[in-house]
Design a protein around this ligand. Structure first.
Ligand SMILES: [Zn+2]
Length: 230
């Protein structure tokens, strides 16, 4: 993934399809400690490794993801100018390359993000099935939205992104129209989620992004924020 820019929330929500860097907040916990399985894609990591390089390896190459300041939803929205190319991408970690299992959290997230940004019909084209019609996915969406259980250990949007996307996807429809989203759409936390447009217009920490890339990233974010609703 959205929310006030308090450090813990902000640092953990940047992500990109290129690096699969969604590190949602709150992190799942194991043995009482938070576990971020994508910490190496986080702002914290970039700052730490940059500090190590400056101290111990001066002059060595630096590391930074130019997409880290962006939400996944912003990155996907920036592809609206080439939807055909977007439709050819695939990122399920269970199905064979290029395919979708249509049952994991990653598939559920991509379907949701696509529906929220480009419309339900295009999401069905992308995944090859209507995942909102599958009541077995209700629990996955609730977990991704931070409403129950533990956030899935998959590269999905942050809690704020998921809630905003569900709210946007269900806009103008009865909650029962989408069995997979029904419980989420009836939850006050989703009903009160930030509007998708507000999330798309946000901007994260960018002081670690090389200046040579910053203009391009800001342009992509601006285009994502300016795109019309489906
Ligand atoms: Zn899958």
């Amino acid at each position: 993934m959205g929310t006030p820019r308090s450090p813990p929330t902000w640092r953990s929500r940047r992500c990109s399809p290129a690096t699969c860097a969604a590190a949602g907040w709150p992190w799942p916990s194991y043995l009482g400690r938070p576990v971020n399985h994508q910490w190496t894609k986080s702002y914290e990591f970039e700052a730490a490794i940059g500090g190590y390089r400056d101290r111990w390896l001066p002059g060595a190459a630096g590391y930074s993801s130019p997409l880290r300041p962006l939400y996944e939803l912003q990155i996907i929205a920036s592809l609206s100018g080439d939807v055909d190319a977007y439709l050819r991408t695939a990122s399920c970690n269970r199905a064979p390359a290029g395919a979708w299992c249509r049952s994991c959290a990653k598939c559920a997230w991509v379907f949701l993000a696509t529906a929220a940004l480009f419309g339900h019909a295009l999401a069905i084209r992308k995944i090859g099935a209507d995942m909102f019609a599958d009541p077995a996915l209700a629990g996955v969406y609730q977990e991704m939205a931070g409403l129950t259980g533990t956030k899935p250990f998959e590269c999905t949007g942050t809690e704020g992104e998921v809630r905003a996307a569900i709210r946007a996807a269900g806009r103008g429809r009865d909650a029962g129209a989408y069995p997979a989203l029904a419980a989420c759409l009836r939850d006050p936390a989703v009903a009160g989620a930030r509007p998708l447009a507000a999330l798309l217009a946000e901007w994260g920490h960018d002081e670690l992004v090389p200046a040579a890339f910053l203009g391009q990233v800001r342009k992509a974010r601006a285009e994502a924020g300016a795109r019309p609703a489906p």
